[in-house]
Design a protein around this ligand. Sequence first.
Ligand code: S3P
Length: 453
Amino acid sequence: MLVNCAKAARIAGINLSVYIEKTMSHGKSVVIRPAKGLKGSVRLPGDKSISHRYAMLGGIAEGDTRLENFSTGADCASTLGCLRTLGVQWERNGNSVVIHGRGSKLQAPSVALDCGNSGSTIRMLSGILAGQDFSCELRGDESLSRRPMARIIKPLEMMGAQFESSDGGRPPLRLTGGHLKAIDYKLPVASAQVKTSLLFAGLYADGTTRVEEPIQTRDHGELALQAFGARVERRMREVSIEGRQKLKEIEAVVPGDISSSAFFLCAAALFPNSQLLVPGLLLNPTRARLLDFLIGLGLRITMSGLEEQHGELVGSLQVEGGALKGAKISGGDTAALIDEIPVLAAIAPYTEDGIEIRDARELRVKESDRIASVAINLRLMGAEVEEFDDGLRVPGAQKLHGASLDSFGDHRIAMAFAIAALRAEGETEIQGADAAVISFPEFFETLDGVVLR
Ligand code: S3P
């Protein structure tokens, strides 16, 4: 019916934006209309991974941490909410947050810690809670309650924490912290959340905690610890941290979220006439594989104004569209692009030779089963897709049509298909599109501001 409203309005000459919202009993849906290109400038809210880490470390630092351009997403608000329940005082004014650090000891909470939809909150905060002398409960929404936590439970128990969990290591978790001892730990799965959780626990342990990862993952945990004054040793894929270190406060501007930029870069990639400027973007090399990948596909990207802020590389991008070839993503590339794969798969039908994604089994245990969510939505738009246990193959040179899709309650699926819809024939409705609030509440308005119709 909404699609009809959009058609009626257009026929009547009313200039509708690229999307229309409607509120339904189970959340908001949006209708995306096809676009002709992308032009303009997009400044992105603060990176989600960095915002979580700065907030948590700010909570256990000695002084007041001042953060600008803090992530506007609901996930980072969950981290701030948990910190408040743990006795950390903070004030927020728009995207500016001041966190009054309590030093290493937090306050025993009188209610369960609500981690919402946020895997980063529950996994990384558990590292800090493992070193506290109290018990607490960590819980979250239905999606978080399905996600695997054994990956943090096992090593944190080896350090001395105790956990009770439901259904073989899923939230809610009952965590009893205590006196921790350092461990040497080889991560069985490449996970920056787990690595960071163990480094945070390492701050509270006797001795030196060493974490070795199978493939290098994003290093924001290491860089944030160093920014807050901790000594962290890094050698190849091994990171170690001495226990019993005190943290000092920082003042920082959180760089723009590169994973959120992926939606706009991919949208620009869909139209050869696109011209997009992205200032103040996080360009940390452990996250910037996205740019190499898109350049390889055919997008023209120029970087400028590079600088380092608290160890993080930041700069501006000038992006121009071009013809898109095809590519395969596997091994270390998959780990480096893990959050961007939904949108890369969603634009794959519009490339010449398609995109194949392998070694991505982890995508099945994200906010939704992202391999299944992408395959279902692409097929609903008329695309041919081959689904594997560990990935997808999406042939190129396909024409997609508008359809009624589901976000599966997953922010990155909602946004990925808003981008795919820009080049489809006809209108696309995305149910549960308000899931975008998890990482990027302003996504649809921001898209509307740069889309050419
Ligand atoms: C994150 C690490 C990745 C990523 C998530 C954020 C982080 O998860 O998918 O969105 O900030 O450390 P894993 O650690 O599960 O790979």
